[in-house]
Design a protein around this ligand. Structure first.
Ligand SMILES: NC(=O)c1ccc[n+]([C@@H]2O[C@H](COP(=O)([O-])OP(=O)(O)OC[C@H]3O[C@@H](n4cnc5c(N)ncnc54)[C@H](O)[C@@H]3O)[C@@H](O)[C@H]2O)c1
Length: 252
């Protein structure tokens, strides 16, 4: 059945990092269906361009969220066409997992660099534009249930996501005066390439589903719906918040 949107984002420009896959792609699809001009950024240029070509008015560009010059170059390209950047959805992320005692410094640094530093650099790059344009904006950061509770093999990932929650509060606090709301969403395991080989493997799959009040994993579109709500004017009074989309994973 075709998705009926409840949001109206005509005239808005939305940037989605990690937009070529999974949750980022679902956010891009929903934002586009609501009328926003969507810019998909991803480290995989082909995948970003391919994903954008399926969405009316969307564009896809290569950008590495760990590299400031890569982000500013893309921001300048966007602003040569669009007057404002109204929404930023920070979905770029990796899920490299390992027992803490075996985790190499290189893996730790990679996860922190992409998930946490990358979220900050993208927020700073596009947040500066939101400040300059004087019409404010909305930033939604992808955190995780792993930023709230401990999960086997997730030491670096958990630290990166808990960092995103603190970063979200800090930016919301500093940028409220510019009319910018900054929030996080924290999904449970969501059916994307990120969870393959961990959450979809027995006996973890059956054990997790048995303990999960929702009884199933999340769908990317369900995360996107929460993201769109946080981008909407219905959420103007919500900032610095962390919205759990975890089917109850963290309530017991
Ligand atoms: N899938 C889940 O279960 C789940 C649960 C909670 C939170 N999250 C978070 O949601 C976000 C999206 O995850 P997903 O499940 O859609 O994963 P995904 O692997 O489907 O998509 C992640 C995208 O990020 C891109 N990317 C990676 N490094 C990048 C970089 N340096 N610069 C730009 N793009 C980069 C990848 O190319 C990919 O397209 C991540 O932050 C993830 O941690 C996912």
């Amino acid at each position: 059945m075709k998705h009926q949107t409840t949001f109206h984002f005509q005239g808005k420009t939305a940037v989605v990092t990690g937009g070529a896959s999974g949750i980022g792609l679902a956010c891009a699809e929903r934002l586009s269906a609501a009328g926003a001009a969507v810019i998909l950024l991803d480290i995989r240029q082909d995948a970003a361009e391919r994903a954008a070509s399926a969405l009316p008015g969307a564009e896809g560009f290569a950008a590495d969220v760990c590299k400031e010059d890569s982000l500013t170059r893309v921001r300048d390209r966007i602003l040569s066409v669009h007057k404002t950047i109204d929404f930023l959805v920070n979905c770029a992320g990796v899920g490299d997992i390992e027992w803490a005692e075996d985790m190499t410094p290189a893996t730790w640094r990679k996860v922190i660099d992409i998930n946490l530093t990358g979220t900050f650099l993208a927020a700073q790059c596009f947040g500066k534009q939101m400040i300059a344009q004087k019409t404010g904006g909305k930033i939604v950061n992808l955190a995780s249930q792993a930023g709230v509770v401990a999960i086997d093999k997730h030491v670096a990932y958990s630290a990166s996501k808990a960092g995103i929650l603190a970063l979200t509060r800090a930016l919301a606090y500093e940028w409220g005066k510019y009319g910018i709301q900054v929030n996080a969403v924290s999904p449970t395991a969501t059916k994307t390439p990120l969870i393959e080989g961990y959450w979809d493997v027995e006996p973890r799959l059956s054990q997790t589903l048995a303990a999960l009040p929702a009884g199933r994993y999340c769908r990317p579109e369900e995360v996107a719906d929460a993201v769109l709500f946080l981008c909407s004017s219905s959420a103007d009074m919500i900032t610095g918040a962390n919205l759990m989309i975890d089917g109850g994973y963290t309530i017991h």
